[in-house]
Ligand binder design. Structure first.
Ligand code: GLU
Length: 536
């Protein structure tokens, strides 16, 4: 892959990553997830966490979370807490973080503010960066300046602060040393910008994409240190990956265009032998291109891991958790959004993923998110999950729906009976609330057309029979019904639908005799007799 566009000037190829590959192989694996606390964690974010986590666990390494909060204007209250709650729900707990501690803290970049300036100054001293004193007005004027001769114009193009214009701006490259010192001594607002070299091609070997190269002349002179003294993402990510001894840096494809800046910072500041190996994960695609946070509301599926309540807009975005996904299913479906093990297997436990995951099998092409498939994963996981593990989430759901479940033995039996019919956790309510409270409505219309006196008499006799029953289990109840039906010349098949509707209210649910067994004698008889009155 190449980000290098054709040019007349010669390219100097710098094989940055070979050194890094060998260096990284000999060290303890250390990976990081580096979110900016700007909102809820969407599918792509959690997938980045997952792949980092799997890689760390596979190689017995460390997985850390670093909060990248240097852009104060984008900081969102509650986002950091949300990130950790999500990791907890997913079972992807880091080894080191703001919440977990560790030897390489602080793990919040705003608390490391003072450590970045020295690196920016070092770059200036060595001629790789410069002070820029341009005012907002001067920058605005620059953006609309005519483009350099030979540069193709596009209507939307605005002039970037780059090698074509830097010598016309107010910075330490154009001012004399004395003028620069004076401005600095007077405390004039300034930033530090990287001086992107002209006509160099920089490249690295991405673990997923292979060799990726960029032409430096096409990249602008990014700000490294802002006027408020905070580093930008570019400087902070490189400094911290170095100080935190990161061996592998994995992130989404959207960060690929930043790679040339980071590569050069590694080269200028720390030497290539310390540079982590990089991998850029493929985009997650929604129904119309890159999956956006807005797609959730638009197409009716969740895109965030958990409910996200945006404090700025007051808007609530539904999460996979609240929609009724099990964390195991969520991880499983995320793992396969961009990776497969090369075989037919689709259902993986976390342990299997740790064993089988490999960066080489992550695809570079975008991964299409299919909500129907996501639900299939959840259905398979509900089937696979033990009653023991389902008890607590299902009980919570009943509580939320104000349905009293007093007996855990019954609850366990109910879960065992209906779990194969549930795709999302709330299906348990629909599939089994009738076990705990009489149905609110009875589908009388489904029974009435075929209801007659013979059936009425049959159910009256069934009640008498069941009242006398000594054994109360599905098998006996079925036998009794069949005997009475035979004695009255009725086909059991015709009686099943009314019987089911009497007990559950509609045409759904597990085996009707299993339902009666769990409802118990008293409740079964009560429901039959009250329904007979309605049908009559
Ligand atoms: N802070 C960046 C983000 O919000 C991290 C990118 C990286 O991992 O380098 O995604």
């Amino acid at each position: 892959m190449s980000f290098c566009m054709s040019r007349l000037a010669p390219c100097i190829l710098v094989p940055f990553n070979l050194v890094a590959i060998f260096a990284a192989m000999s060290k303890k694996v250390r990976v990081r997830f580096a979110p900016s606390p700007t909102g809820g964690l969407h599918l792509g974010g959690v997938r980045t966490v997952l792949y980092n986590y799997l890689f760390a666990r596979k190689y017995g390494g460390d997985f850390l979370v670093r909060i990248e909060d240097t852009d104060l204007s984008r900081y969102v209250q509650g986002a950091e807490e949300y990130i950790f709650d999500t990791l907890k729900w997913c079972g992807l707990e880091p080894d080191e973080s703001v919440q977990h501690g560790g030897d390489y803290g602080p793990y919040r970049q705003s608390e490391r503010k003072d450590s970045y300036r020295q690196y920016a100054e070092q770059l200036v001293k060595n001629g790789y960066a410069y002070y820029a004193f341009d005012t907002p007005e001067e920058l605005e004027k620059m953006r609309h300046a005519p483009l350099a001769i030979g540069v193709k114009t596009e209507q939307t193009h605005t002039q970037q602060y780059d090698h074509t214009i830097r010598m016309k701006m107010r910075n330490s490259l154009t001012l004399s040393a004395d003028e620069t010192h004076k401005l600095l001594a007077d405390g004039t607002r300034h930033v530090i910008r990287i001086k992107m070299p002209e006509n160099e091609t920089v490249s690295f070997t991405d673990m997923i994409r292979g060799e990726v190269s960029f032409e430096t002349s096409l990249v602008d002179d990014k700000v490294l240190l802002k006027a408020d003294g905070m580093p930008t993402y570019h400087l902070a990510v490189v400094v911290d990956d170095h100080l935190m001894r990161i061996t592998h840096a994995f992130r989404g494809e959207e960060w690929l265009p930043s790679a040339p800046v980071h590569l050069l910072l590694w080269k200028y500041l720390f030497g290539l032998e310390n540079m982590p190996q990089w991998a850029h994960f493929p985009l997650i695609l929604g129904p119309a291109g890159k999956l956006s946070k807005r797609d959730g509301a638009k197409y009716g599926f969740p895109v965030f891991a958990m409910n996200w309540n945006d404090p700025k807009t007051g808007e609530l975005t539904e999460g996979f958790k609240e929609k009724g996904f099990l964390p195991e299913a969520f991880l499983n479906l995320l793992a396969l959004l961009g990776w497969n093990d090369g075989g037919e297997q689709e259902i993986f436990t976390k342990e299997e993923l740790i064993e089988k995951f490999s960066m080489e099998r992550v695809h570079s092409a975008g991964a299409k998110f299919d909500y129907e498939k996501a639900k299939w994963f959840n259905h398979e996981w509900i089937k696979k999950t033990t009653v023991d593990s389902l008890r607590s989430p299902v009980r919570n759901l009943f509580e939320q729906n104000k349905i009293t479940v007093s007996d855990d033995v019954i609850l366990d039996k109910v879960i065992g009976l209906v779990k194969d019919r549930c795709t999302l956790l709330p299906d348990f309510i629909q599939q089994s609330s009738f076990f705990f409270k009489a149905p609110e409505s009875i589908d009388v219309d489904a029974v009435k057309p075929k209801w007659n006196e013979a059936k009425q008499l049959f159910f009256a006799e069934l009640i008498r029979n069941y009242e006398l029953a000594i054994e109360w289990n599905a098998h006996t109840l079925e036998n009794n019904l069949k005997e009475i039906a035979a004695a009255n010349n009725l086909k059991p098949g015709e009686l099943m639908l009314p019987f089911r509707i009497m007990l559950v209210g509609g045409k759904f649910g597990p085996g009707v005799f299993e339902i009666a067994e769990l409802l118990g004698k008293e409740e079964t008889i009560r429901r039959i007799s009250s329904a007979i009155k309605m049908f009559g």
